[in-house]
Design a protein around this ligand. Structure first.
Ligand SMILES: [Zn+2]
Ligand SMILES: [Zn+2]
Length: 602
């Protein structure tokens, strides 16, 4: 869906200017034609061919002119937009400069009549195309079905020497929408759970290596499965209350036992051998229930915990030892370990090796973020302490209400504030866990676009990101949608309750006035929506309000005689958007609809 949108692009000279070489301007398109070719480095790769096709399509949609794609050896004396580590980019020093920016760093540079688009590695060269389109031509990659491409008769580029590298080497949104490999590339998300296959049809193309962490988390159970090994090696598992205890959740290893280290080191080395494509391996604790961590209470583990002043002490020593063995045989690989719940505090004695990444799981207030005066202090301190101790600190951030994917979720401001803070605090990788299970999660597209933009460039203004999203995605309904989102912000920031982590009760915490006002505002948005796609997008915004009304009609002002009509509208949106899951777990949307139908009838 391509919608012209007036975005002031840096690249558009005023009509008074005379484009030409004397000004250093590159006239890419004028009078319905172009002298330029799109040239791919040699040897070309499928990913760079894809990037060239993306550029050709974007320029064609913007101007109506389709450029020819060639490899660099076939430019034939014409000016070119060169993609990747071309000989031209090499000769001008641009490749060396790009490599210094890291794999995903990008350079957009004019050289004579040519334009160079390249990155530190192949992935960066793909991203450079999007950086050029977005920053200099005003294109916006909002969602799989919504790209904004401002129309222009002329495409004229001023002299450019632009370079950019995100401070986050790992950028992931755990969301159903990242199953679309093209959207993932356009939004420059590089996480290993996202589909990193680019090409058409969606998802079936060439794999571009992302920042893959595998196993992804809680690998203790993967490496030392309690069901298989507890009986044979009880002393490999945590001593809890005088008994050895093994369990995938709430059970931990005895990290001070040398036999466990030997077993796991061998496991990780074998894993590295079998998976040369995986750059980062998780060596981390099992999941746990608050207050029932399962941490080992044996003499050796307790001595380390006391010496380090942290339950992470035994785990960090263990992860460091495995990292040393891995780096000796597989240089360049990294080990990632998680710190959260009982292991959040930084060990006082042992520091993570440079090849160890520590990933902290968000442990603050859901609505007010890390800066929450009531719940943020422990996590703020942990961030600073780990940052002072480790070279690489990532964050696992919780972005939605897992108990109610479809409830209103007033965390956009806190989410944006936290992502910007991570950049300021020197965190260099972030994953935001959203609704991975189903399309149609509350504000899923906006939340992902906001995260992707801030993870790529945390200096951006979150409200500007929101405005450009709404203008492109909701069209003529954007004004009403922005009013609705502003009301949601006011509710979130003024909420008197503080809620940790990821699940909360919307019946108790959502003000009925917010729902009533939201229904009115979004009703106007529905009337204002220009076409069917926009109407459906606005209808998806209404789902959370109907969801509350249907479940708690008294509190949220639903007259029972209107229940069947609201349910019919709710059902239509759920079915049209293939929504399968309304809270974390197996698909449960159909059961919810049945339950509501039993209450309200057809
Ligand atoms: Zn122990
Ligand atoms: Zn709070």
């Amino acid at each position: 869906m391509l919608i012209p949108l007036a975005i002031a692009a840096l690249a558009t000279p005023s009509p008074m200017q005379d484009p030409g070489r004397e000004h250093g301007l590159l006239t890419i398109v004028e009078h319905g034609s172009s002298a330029y070719r799109i040239a791919i480095q040699e040897p070309e790769t499928p990913a760079l061919r894809f990037a060239a096709e993306e550029l050709r399509e974007a320029l064609a949609v913007a101007s109506g002119v389709e450029l020819e794609i060639v490899t660099e050896d076939r430019i034939g004396g014409r000016p070119a937009i060169l993609i990747g580590h071309s000989a031209r980019a090499r000769a001008t020093g641009a490749v060396a400069a790009a490599v210094e920016l890291g794999d995903d760093g990008v350079i957009v540079r004019s050289e004579g009549d040519d334009l160079l688009l390249l990155g530190g590695a192949e992935r960066g060269s793909v991203y450079a195309v999007y950086e050029f389109l977005e920053r200099f031509l005003g294109h916006r990659f909002l969602a799989a079905d919504c790209v904004v491409a401002p129309r222009r008769e002329r495409i004229v580029i001023p002299p450019l020497d632009h370079r950019h590298a995100s401070p986050f080497i790992y950028r992931e949104v755990l969301s159903f929408l990242t199953a679309d490999g093209v959207l993932v590339a356009r939004q420059r998300l590089n996480g290993g759970n996202s589909n990193q296959c680019i090409g058409r049809p969606h998802g079936s193309g060439q794999k571009v290596q992302g920042f893959v962490i595998s196993p992804f988390c809680h690998s203790a159970e993967t490496m030392v499965p309690a069901g298989l090994l507890l009986a044979e090696h009880p002393d490999w598992f945590g001593l809890v209350g005088g008994k050895r205890h093994g369990a995938a959740i709430g059970g931990q290893l005895c990290y001070a036992n040398p036999a466990v280290l030997e077993h796991c080191t061998r496991w990780v080395l074998d894993w590295c051998e079998a998976h040369p494509e995986i750059p980062c391996i998780d060596v981390s604790q099992n999941d746990a229930y608050p207050g029932a961590s399962g941490a080992c209470e044996c003499e050796r583990c307790v001595a380390i915990v006391l010496e380090e002043g942290s339950q992470h002490g035994p785990i960090l020593r263990f992860a460091n030892a495995i990292a040393a063995a891995v780096t000796a045989r597989f240089p360049g690989r990294t080990i990632e370990t998680i710190a959260y719940q009982h292991t959040l505090a930084t060990p006082k004695v042992t520091r993570p090796r440079d090849d160890v990444i520590v990933r902290l799981c968000q442990h603050a207030c859901y609505f007010h973020g890390i800066d929450c005066p009531a719940l943020g202090a422990e996590f703020r301190q942990a961030l600073l302490d780990w940052r002072a101790s480790a070279k690489n600190v990532f964050v696992w951030h919780y972005g939605v209400n897992f108990w109610n994917y479809l409830a209103p979720n007033p965390n956009l401001a806190a989410l944006a504030g936290d992502l910007k803070r991570y950049a300021r605090d020197g965190i260099n990788g972030v994953m935001v866990q959203c609704d991975l299970q189903s399309p149609g999660g509350e504000l899923a597209e906006l939340r992902q676009y906001l995260c992707a933009q801030l993870l790529w460039d945390p200096a951006r203004d979150p409200l500007e990101i929101r405005r450009e999203f709404c203008a492109g995605y909701y069209g003529s309904a954007a004004g009403d949608v922005l009013e609705f989102l502003a009301a949601m912000d006011r509710w979130g920031s003024s909420m008197p309750q503080h809620v940790p982590m990821n699940g909360w009760d919307p019946a108790a915490l959502t003000p009925p006035e917010f729902v009533a006002a939201g229904l009115a505002t979004l009703g106007r948005a529905l009337d204002a929506a220009g076409g069917e796609p926009q109407r459906n997008r606005v209808a998806k915004l209404l789902l959370p309000l109907w969801y509350l009304q249907l479940q708690w009609p008294d509190r949220f002002g639903l007259d029972p005689k209107d229940g069947a009509a609201v349910l019919a509208r709710f059902r239509a949106v759920v079915e049209r958007n293939s929504i399968t899951t309304i809270s974390e777990g197996p698909p449960n949307a159909a059961a919810f609809l049945d339950q509501m139908q039993a209450r309200y009838g057809r």
